[in-house]
Design a protein around this ligand. Structure first.
Ligand code: ATP
Length: 239
């Protein structure tokens, strides 16, 4: 783990109209880590990822990526810099095929042979997508759409992948599969920030975790310490 975070939020405030959703949060993510952000409904987890990507504007604070302030960089530019989000609800292109969706993930690239290699890599991670490569995105199952959304993000060769609720709406077996793939992607060198309602799985996959409550970080620690913390177990892990 290097000393300078690859991604850092410093006292970030963001709001919807007059309602503050993030009330000055600070988060550090180091290269190579999986960092999970857990918290109840409405705690601000999705807003955190959207603020990093400048979909929701930070009204105060600094968002630093590779040592540079990125508050004012457009959300469409960030993937070209290696910072890529897989939003909640997946948002794949329903009328494009699986292959076309994957191509869209690399819209800014013009290295045809590199893209071909990356599509192959995505198909190795998600063999189901290879089988369905000519099928329209909108006709895939929920789990397959999640795989496609992650595959599409990987086509931009991210350094940091921001995943918003990858387990949402999926059957337990598929959830396990998606988490195994997240760990595999991380082992291949991609830093991961994971937002999850399923705190148990999220902390099991992560090295460190942050607990959000109503727009504030109330705890941060190594994931295994959070997993064994009685207060966290009671509040978020169903004890
Ligand atoms: P969940 O797990 O339910 O998705 P979350 O932790 O991701 O919750 P956010 O979706 O970030 O929480 O919401 C944080 C707060 O901001 C909530 O109070 C929510 O009602 C509010 N909020 C989110 N999106 C909007 C919006 N588009 N307009 C107004 N308020 C919003």
């Amino acid at each position: 783990m290097s000393a300078t975070p690859i991604l850092e939020l410093k006292n970030v405030v963001s709001a919807y109209g007059r309602i503050q959703a993030l009330k000055g949060i600070s988060i550090k993510v180091f290269e190579g880590e999986i960092v999970s952000i857990i918290g109840a409904n409405g705690a601000g987890k999705s807003t955190t990822l959207m603020t990093i990507c400048n979909i929701v504007k930070a009204v105060e604070g600094d968002i630093m990526y590779k040592g540079n302030r990125i508050n004012n960089i457009g959300s469409e530019i960030l993937p070209t810099m290696g910072l890529c989000q897989v939003p909640e609800g997946r948002r794949i292109f329903p009328r494009l095929t699986v292959l076309e969706n994957l191509d869209m993930g690399a819209f800014f690239r013009n290295d045809a042979s590199g893209m071909k290699d990356d599509i192959e890599r995505v198909f190795e991670l998600f063999p189901k997508l290879r089988e369905r490569r000519k099928q329209l995105g909108g006709t895939l199952s929920g789990g397959e759409q999640q795989m496609l959304a992650m595959g599409r993000a990987l086509m931009s060769r991210p350094k940091v992948l921001l995943l918003d609720e990858p387990s949402m709406g999926l059957a337990p077996l598929l959830v396990k599969q998606i988490f195994d793939i997240i760990k595999m992607i991380n082992k291949q060198g991609v830093t991961v920030v994971l937002v999850e309602q399923n705190a148990n799985l999220a902390l099991q996959a992560a090295q460190r975790g942050y607990v959000l409550e109503t727009g504030t970080v109330v705890m941060e620690d190594d994931a295994d310490k959070l997993l064994s913390n009685p207060d966290i177990r009671k509040a978020y892990l169903g004890d």
